[in-house]
Design a binder for this molecule. Structure first.
Ligand code: SF4
Length: 197
């Protein structure tokens, strides 16, 4: 049973969808590699810089980053050492004196500004779809991510469906923290207020 066996793939919608998702993951890798090459960094180094810029200090530690990117702590530590040498990040004291969190330097912020648009070609294509198509796509992607998290394939995720504040009100998605109904397009992939249910 393989989604890459063309006889099986071409007679199964399920396998075509999975093979298509795999193809899309290659596109992200290719786009990221192009940026990485242009700036003399590795793809994971760029991903770390982008993540650190957009997340709180408690999520910018070696342990958290290792879980977020499904990599070992030594792999993240190596990337951090290189970014420190390049003066793109700084170590910041954490509440736990044995560990530290990571912040961006001015050069790090500048590099993120130059690289974080790597997914723009895909964003532009998605933007061309109808609102209804996008809502269906988004709801299915969000559900898939939650299921992958339950299977421990995605270790960290901060989506509404896995949040303690998520509920249903009159059959609609509802956020008890924001005290508001969430339309499909309001469901969050990565919410700063997320708390594990
Ligand atoms: S706090 Fe954020 S993740 Fe949780 S339900 Fe509300 S919007 Fe969604």
């Amino acid at each position: 049973m393989s989604v890459f066996n063309l006889n099986e793939q071409n007679t199964s919608l399920d396998k075509k969808i999975v093979a298509g998702l795999e193809r899309l993951s290659q596109v992200f890798k290719t786009l990221l590699w192009e940026k990485a090459k242009a700036f003399g960094l590795s793809p994971i180094q760029i991903q770390l810089l982008i993540f650190i810029k957009h997340h709180s200090q408690d999520k910018s530690t070696v342990s958290y980053l290792a879980r977020e990117f499904n990599l070992s702590k030594p792999t993240i530590s190596d990337a951090v050492k290189t970014l420190l040498k390049k003066q793109l990040i700084v170590k910041q004291a954490a509440s736990d004196s044995r560990s530290y969190s990571i912040g961006l330097t001015a050069a790090g912020h500048k590099l993120v500004a130059q690289t974080e648009d790597f997914a723009s070609p895909i964003t532009d294509l998605v933007a061309q779809g109808t609102m209804q198509d996008k809502q269906v796509l988004w709801e299915n992607i969000a559900k898939l991510i939650v299921q992958l998290n339950k299977l421990d394939i995605i270790s960290v995720q901060r989506t509404c469906f896995n949040c303690k504040y998520y509920g249903k009100k009159e059959e609609a998605h509802f956020c008890k923290l924001l005290d508001q109904k969430l339309e499909t397009q309001d469901l969050r992939l990565d919410c700063a207020e997320f708390e594990q249910s």
